[in-house]
Design a protein around this ligand. Sequence first.
Ligand code: SF4
Length: 169
Amino acid sequence: MIASLRTMTYEELKNTLGKDERIAIWSCDTCAKSCDGFGGEESMKSLASQLRSDGFNVQKEELLVASCYFDGIRNRKEKWVSDGEYDEIDVIIPLACQEARVAMEKLLPDKRIIDDSRTAGLGMLDKNGVCILTDPFEWTGLDASDEGIDLKSAAKKLGMFTGPFQYDE
Ligand code: SF4
């Protein structure tokens, strides 16, 4: 599975958004959810609620089992178009891996996709169902191991974050 780290804090995310922009949060319910809850329904609803209470215009929350899946993105796009919602969105916040962001950039070229995650490498689920990083990519400088490294430790070493966007970080 993909081991994703978050590249920005909630405050930094807010600074990339305009109060007049119409926002969609697009969340992956598979690997990204297992990355300490970066993705999934709970983090999506929590971020939507935080942003709304801070005065941002969150128009849409989209949960997809795998947000890297081109056909899945295409199908949701077609639904947005047929429901008359496509032109109502300016910016998308992916709670998903960077591969999902790249897929969104290709399939939704007129939307601004926030660059908020990096793929640290490949991982596996530990006994609690949480992703641990076993095969880090070279850029991380981390060592591969069967035991893996927890994502909080990996994020700390790389100056990044893990888990859902939250106020107090
Ligand atoms: S979008 Fe990324 S994080 Fe989600 S299932 Fe696909 S590869 Fe995994």
